[in-house]
Structure formats: structure tokens, C-alpha cells
Write a protein that binds this ligand. Structure first.
Ligand SMILES: Cc1ncc(COP(=O)(O)O)c(C=O)c1O
Length: 366
């Protein structure tokens, strides 16, 4: 096309982000009743949203003609109370943690700059690096998807701007040991981005890694309202950062990026302790249910997130996922995750009934 040449060459090389499939898409493709489809492919909250968040959205719906406060101070103060960090150390995004990643990339990346990414992991780190003119440098995880500080640091050079550590990792579900992270933080001048999208579901709860923000000037701890807080549709994310970084972030973030309804629902969800407790309990119980139901049929990796990952070799993930889709069960084929091979499947923890259905279906297929 005539105008395609105007797109930056680094962007033209990016492979499309592959999201989890939607209920509408699958209902249409396989002629299924949407009501009978279960969606366990995008790590959403099976309980639905917090009732307090829904009430807040209703209450604020009549005020959407007004701009929100540009610095989202009330929301940042509520997050500050929840995390124990001053509001000055909290930055927010109205496009989920993806938006935080994007803004950070705009801050740090330039032509020739590198990021270090242990794979397989969340694919947006790679896309955001390329989209901002940088070069992603990959480190392969070991057979259990662990990473060592030595392997990571071996890839760091004077061009390295950011290192991405996802804990619990998507799609493998394992956490990075704290001493490994500390060794990386201590021994590098690059920014270490710790993605804690799933940390609420980890055995130790909110990690003490965020404590490193007080001790290090090169750490970002990314979090989201999309998982434990059940607000994936509102697209709200935040990060805990050192003072200097918070000032730089505010300079380049999109003005008014967090909308009125996201602010109101985020504050309400943070205050709904009962809902948060229940969503974490549901996931922890469901994780056990899925693991014990599936482990006699295939390898199940231990997970501290709201999903589990299974290996269906010698079958391929594509084959098993397709058969599940035909009967209305959406899970995630991990083939599109760089370095994941072709036999891994990620299954989000659902309600007891959804978990039971997925176990029975996989039993039938395998
Ligand atoms: C590891 C990880 N980080 C970040 C995100 C993005 O989350 P958000 O919905 O806040 O953009 C996801 C989404 O699934 C994720 O899996």
C-alpha cells in the first residue's frame, strides 16, 4: 500500500499481539449459544466485578461530561493506602498495566536501546520494545521456567534500558525468588520492571519485592485492577516507582488518561475487602481443583497465579484447544508465546462448575 512505507520500519516488523479469544467470536465461528460458552483464556475474575465497583460506576455515569482530575490523586491516594506507599510513588494508567508499560517505554527507549526479556513470558514487553524502536534480547528460561540472575545479567550491556521480570510469570505461573531479583537490582544500572499482575494470588500474597522500591532507584513494580479486583473491562493499571521516576512519568503520560468511571470503580474495588478476599480464595481453591483433576492426564505446572499451565505432549496445544473450542470452552494455546513450544496450554481458574467442565472435557479429549 502506498502509505504503508510511512510507518516506522521497526513497527512493520512487529508480529500482531494475539489476545485470548472472545465469547462472541467463538459463538459465531462454531454456531454455539454464547450462554453455554466458558471463557478461561484471558485470566479474568470468575466472580464478576465487585458490587461496590458496579454501584460506583452507576453513581458516576451522570458525570461523564466532565474531565477527570488530571493527576488522579484520589485514586492514587486509595492505592497508597492499600499498598502502604506514598501517593508520590504511585503512577496510574487508564489503559491497564499495558498502558504503564507503554508510557515507561516512551520514557526509556530510543533507537538502539535494548530490553532483556526472559521467555516464555507476557508478549507485550516485546511488542512495546519494538514499537518504540528498541531491540528485545531474549533469555531462555530453564525446563521449569525458572530464571537465574546470572543468565539475565549476562545479556545486559551499556545499551540495556530495561529488564522485564514477570512474577508470577504468564504463562508458567511460577514466581521469581526474591534473592534473584535483589541480585539483579544490585548489579545492574538498567531499570528492572517487575510485573506483578498476578501477585495477589501468590502463596505469600503481595510480594515483599515492592519493598525494594524504598532501597533501589531502578525498580518499577507494575500492578493491575484486571485480575484480583475484577475490573479488566475498565482498563486500570498502576505502578509503584521511586520519586524521580514518578515525576518523569507524569510529564509524558497521556493527560486525563484515567477516566471518571475507572477512578470511581477502582477506589470502590480497593475498599471492597470482602470481594478481594473471596476472589483470592476462589482462585486458590480452583487452582487445587484443576491441578488435582488434571495431573493424572498430563503434566501440570505448579502455579501461584489465577491460571495453570499444562503440557499436552505428544498432542499439540492447537489440536486440544480446537477440540475444546468446538464444545464451547475457551482456553489459551501458548504456541504464540515465544519460546513456549507447541504443547503448552494455559487455563484460567474459573468457578467450581467451570473447572469441573474443563477437567471433564480434557479427560475426554486426552
Ligand atoms: C503478566 C501480565 N502483565 C500485564 C497484563 C496487562 O494487564 P492489564 O489488563 O492491566 O493491561 C497482563 C494481562 O493479562 C498480564 O498477563
Amino acid at each position: 500500500m502506498r502509505f504503508e512505507r510511512l510507518v516506522r520500519s521497526s513497527v512493520r516488523e512487529i508480529k500482531e499481539y494475539i489476545p485470548g479469544k472472545s465469547i462472541e467470536e467463538i459463538a459465531l465461528k462454531y454456531g454455539l449459544d454464547p450462554e453455554n460458552i466458558i471463557k478461561l483464556g484471558s485470566n479474568e475474575n470468575p466472580l464478576g466485578p465487585s458490587p461496590l465497583a458496579v454501584e460506583a460506576i452507576r453513581n458516576w455515569a451522570g458525570k461523564v461530561h466532565l474531565y477527570p482530575p488530571s493527576n488522579a490523586l484520589e485514586l492514587r491516594s486509595a492505592i497508597s493506602e492499600y499498598t502502604g506507599y506514598p501517593a508520590n510513588n504511585i503512577v496510574v494508567s487508564g489503559n491497564g498495566m499495558d498502558g504503564i508499560l507503554d508510557t515507561m517505554m516512551r520514557l526509556f527507549m530510543s533507537q538502539g536501546a535494548e530490553t532483556v526479556i526472559p521467555v516464555p513470558t507476557f508478549s507485550y514487553y516485546e511488542i512495546a520494545t519494538l514499537a518504540n524502536g528498541g531491540k528485545p534480547v531474549f533469555v531462555k528460561r530453564d525446563r521449569d521456567f525458572e530464571i537465574s540472575h546470572k543468565d539475565i545479567l549476562a545479556k545486559v550491556n551499556s545499551n540495556t534500558k530495561m529488564i522485564f521480570l514477570c512474577s508470577p510469570n504468564n504463562p508458567s505461573g511460577n514466581v521469581i525468588r526474591e534473592e534473584e531479583v535483589r541480585k539483579i537490582l544490585d548489579r545492574t544500572d538498567a531499570i528492572v520492571f517487575i510485573d506483578e499482575a498476578y501477585v495477589d494470588f501468590a502463596e505469600d500474597g503481595l510480594s515483599s519485592l515492592s519493598g525494594s522500591v524504598k532501597e533501589h532507584e531502578n525498580i518499577i513494580v507494575g500492578r493491575t485492577f484486571s485480575k484480583a479486583f475484577g475490573l479488566a473491562g475498565m482498563r486500570l493499571g498502576y505502578a509503584i516507582v521511586p520519586d524521580w521516576l514518578s515525576r518523569e512519568y507524569m510529564k509524558v503520560m497521556t493527560p486525563f488518561s484515567v477516566d471518571v468511571l475507572s477512578i470511581a470503580s477502582g477506589i470502590a474495588a480497593l475498599g471492597d475487602a470482602k470481594y478481594i478476599r473471596k476472589s483470592i480464595e476462589t482462585v486458590k481453591k480452583g487452582r487445587v481443583q484443576l491441578t488435582s483433576g488434571l495431573e493424572s492426564m498430563c503434566k501440570v505446572y505448579p502455579s501461584e497465579a489465577n491460571f495453570i499451565m499444562i503440557d499436552v505432549a505428544p498432542r499439540t496445544a492447537a489440536d486440544v484447544c480446537e477440540k475444546l473450542l468446538r464444545i464451547g470452552i475457551i482456553v489459551r494455546d501458548c504456541t504464540s508465546f515465544r519460546g513456549a513450544g507447541d504443547s503448552l496450554i494455559r487455563i484460567s481458574v474459573g468457578t467450581q462448575e467451570q473447572n469441573r467442565r474443563v477437567i471433564a472435557a480434557i479427560e475426554m479429549i486426552l
